[in-house]
Design a binder for this molecule. Structure first.
Ligand SMILES: [Zn+2]
Ligand SMILES: [Zn+2]
Length: 349
């Protein structure tokens, strides 16, 4: 049997013919298995969805309770069998509830890892290495230039700036699902004990993280705060809000942005980011290569991002590898900061 008999890339996403299900389909399908709640992986409108209970709740928060015809919660490590194919969910360490899905049939195991990272993160279940024959990996940061520094050191830069400019609000651009809560958690770990403020777009998801037992300290809504208390405050907001009317309530803010892309200084400059914070929820070049080796897989399929570089590296160490080139994984959680650019420097259409 060839691995393609068990899983194959199609325009709708990764398809498993013997079970007749898709993993993270990019278009509506009858039966979908979802790795995690980011919108490029978790889309509404499927007939039936199998995902971790946490991912199902995140989808309900984002899309409404009727986001799918029916839902089934997968427990960590407990196989679910569909037409003789077993599917087992293991933590991916990317955001809360994020899973790798191990697909086993007739002695062959393929792991679809979704998005993943290896670094410690109290806001996500830690990544688990799952031995397999074929490992499907993301490659969002699959180039040697991407080596993520210690996130604690990045957050220390933010706190140093707050000491330097104690009257200026520090707006930290961070995506509402996963990144915002992780930055809050890192800020707490660094010893910041004042209230943290957030844009309304992050409210429901942040309250959900808290309800799931993630301690973020006191988190308040910006719109409930008086202007004075926002001076010198840490304010988490979606990247798109930093150039709109919403941001004008802060007289002279310091603008920060938390993303793995901040490793590329030119991108930070183009986006008008004064304080780039290299904080990523994806594996860097070293983590990608280590993880591939640890799974023991003899074959690697590479998806969204710098596919060619990682495929090439696999070849140099004797692993079979191919790019999947599935269109539609844009990465909500780690999009590039283009939308940060102030209107005045955007090229004329
Ligand atoms: Zn993601
Ligand atoms: Zn992704």
């Amino acid at each position: 049997m060839r691995p393609d008999d068990l899983l194959q890339p199609t325009p709708r996403g990764l398809y498993c013919p013997p079970a007749d299900v898709y993993i993270d389909p990019v278009r509506p399908v009858e039966k979908a298995l979802i790795t995690h709640g980011h919108s490029d992986h978790a889309r509404p409108g499927h007939g039936a969805v199998l995902a971790t209970g946490t991912t199902l709740k995140i989808m309900a928060i984002r899309y409404g309770e009727d986001f799918a015809g029916t839902t089934q919660a997968a427990a960590w490590g407990r196989p679910v069998t569909i037409n003789g194919v077993t599917f087992t969910f293991h933590p991916a360490g990317h955001i809360l509830g994020s899973a790798q899905i191990a697909v086993s049939w007739k002695g062959l195991t393929i792991v679809a890892s979704g998005d993943y990272k290896r670094g410690r993160d109290p806001t996500a279940e830690p990544f688990e290495v799952v031995p397999c024959d074929v490992f499907i990996t993301e490659a969002t940061f699959g180039l040697p230039v991407f080596r993520h520094p210690d996130p604690a050191a990045e957050v220390a830069k933010l706190l140093a700036s707050l000491r330097l400019f104690p009257d200026r609000a520090h707006l930290v651009g961070a995506y509402a699902l996963g990144k915002a809560q992780r930055v809050m958690s890192l800020v707490r770990a660094a010893g910041w004990d004042q209230p943290i403020y957030m844009h309304g777009a992050a409210e429901k998801l942040t309250r959900f993280y808290e309800a799931e037992g993630i301690d973020l300290g006191e988190v308040r809504l910006v719109k409930a705060a008086d202007r004075k208390s926002l001076g010198g405050a840490v304010v988490l907001c979606p990247p798109g809000s930093m150039k709109d009317l919403w941001a004008r309530r802060f007289p002279d803010p310091v603008t920060a942005f938390a993303s793995g892309w901040m490793r590329v200084r030119a991108r930070a400059r183009q986006g008008g980011v004064e304080l780039p914070l290299i904080i990523s929820d994806h594996s860097d070049w070293d983590e990608l290569r280590e993880t591939i080796r640890e799974t023991g897989a003899s074959e690697v399929w590479v998806t969204h991002g710098q596919e060619d570089a990682l495929v090439h590296w696999c070849g140099t160490v004797g692993l079979r590898a191919r790019p999947l080139r599935i269109v539609g994984y844009g990465e909500e959680g780690e999009a590039e900061p283009a939308d940060l650019a102030p209107a005045s420097v955007e090229p004329a259409a």
